[in-house]
Design a protein around this ligand. Structure first.
Ligand code: 16G
Length: 245
């Protein structure tokens, strides 16, 4: 494992650097799915850092579903399973989430273009009445498994040419420094109807998580209003809870 120089290189907390090195090792195949992670004590000795730091980095990766602890036998690299463990505390994009798990994403486009906004979009995005809205409707597929249907509305001001989004919306917004830095999300349960059920490849009536996300720039401007349907049989949303003081 490329753990030398963790102390020296770059700024930021040590555990984040270790976490990144471990994640890189998994994604680059230095650590394969199913491999055992060296014992935390060995990692600490080897990288010359404390066991607490190692534990923190490993905890993070366990929480994000890249590693799993098996009682009595150690910590292992998780095999890509059909259930995705998705952290609720990080503002990441679908493409990033899947890439971190070593999965390839593709989209089946439902809609991509500029439109006259609906009253809902005008209100949520704070658009001028004569403004335009970019709409991206996609079936999101990871390693050939359809996982979610997402319909994003973005003010045309931030995305004047929606056809430029070929894979990642957030990567495109990043280019013009309009990638959101904060978001509010609402999750509710629903049963799938057609055509959504058919697109997701599940039976009518299957459970799904309906997710709305409104995301913001640091300035407070709304960038994105997205409604999604995530397959209930493929997603676990995981949140970390702490005792407030
Ligand atoms: C996630 C977001 C969605 C965002 C998309 C960008 C949820 C529920 N939704 O799927 O709001 O638009 O990421 O992904 O997490 P992209 O950059 O890969 O297009």
């Amino acid at each position: 494992l490329p753990l030398e120089g963790l102390q020296a290189g770059g700024s930021g907390p040590l555990y984040l650097k270790l976490r990144q090195s471990l994640e890189d090792a998994i994604l680059s195949g230095k650590l394969n799915h199913g491999d055992a992670l060296p014992p935390e004590r060995d990692l600490a000795d080897y990288a010359n850092i404390s066991r607490v730091t190692v534990r923190k980095a490993v905890d993070d990766l366990v929480r994000d579903g890249l590693l799993v602890r098996r009682h009595g036998s150690g910590t292992f690299v998780v095999k890509p399973v059909s259930r995705v463990q998705q952290s609720l505390s990080r503002l990441t994009s679908f493409t990033e989430d899947m890439a971190r798990r070593g999965l390839n994403t593709r989209a089946q486009w439902i809609e991509r273009g500029l439109f006259q906004p609906s009253p809902d979009e005008i209100m949520t995005l704070g658009l001028p009445a004569d403004g335009l809205v970019a709409r991206l409707g996609r079936l999101r597929i990871a390693d050939d498994l359809p996982l979610a249907i997402e319909r994003a509305s973005i003010s045309a001001e931030f995305l004047p040419d929606p056809t430029r989004v070929t894979s990642s919306l957030y990567a495109e917004l990043d280019k013009t420094r309009s990638r959101p830095t904060r978001a509010v999300q609402r999750i509710s349960a629903c049963a799938l109807k057609d055509p959504d059920a058919a697109m997701l490849g599940v039976a009518v009536g299957s459970a799904s998580l309906s997710i709305e996300r409104i995301s913001y720039l640091a300035s407070g401007r709304v960038v994105e209003f997205t409604r999604s349907l995530y397959r209930g049989d493929a997603y676990d949303f995981v949140a970390e809870l702490t005792l407030s003081d």
